[in-house]
Design a protein around this ligand. Structure first.
Ligand SMILES: [Zn+2]
Length: 134
């Protein structure tokens, strides 16, 4: 028994589009990377964070409605992820900031959000550490 090479060029199954009388709206979830744990998840699971202020007094604010203009960073509403991001200065990198960024407001927000959520098991599977040097 030996395998024959399979040619699958353009082997997409041809679906007959016959009489579809309603538009199929496929909403692809928006995937973002958490600047803390670097996981790629749906943007709805993450907090959008933007920086306000100037280079001398930057602070991060949460943008729960994801409406604020400007470059945003995304992080899990989880103190662990915040700590990771903070340690790596990932916010600065993600938001193209230079200088010290005040994460106090963000930390507070996350702490509250974290405390408010019922204790769920932290089922975050350990992922092979792919630490990218920056
Ligand atoms: Zn995370």
């Amino acid at each position: 028994m030996w395998l024959r090479p399979v040619h699958r060029a353009g082997a997409s199954p041809a679906y007959s589009l016959g009489t579809v009388d309603f538009p199929v709206v496929r909403r692809a979830p928006v995937i973002r990377t958490c600047v803390g744990c670097r996981r790629r998840v749906r943007s709805t699971e993450l907090l959008r964070v933007i920086a306000v202020g100037h280079t001398t007094g930057l602070r991060l604010v949460v943008d729960p409605a994801r409406r604020l203009p400007g470059r945003g960073a995304h992080v899990h509403p989880d103190p662990a992820c915040l700590a990771l991001a903070d340690r790596r200065r990932a916010f600065g990198r993600a938001l193209r900031l230079t200088g010290v960024v005040d994460t106090a407001a963000l930390a507070e927000y996350i702490e509250q959000a974290h405390a408010a959520t019922p204790a769920t098991e932290d089922e975050r599977e350990p992922r092979p550490s792919s630490t990218t040097k920056g």
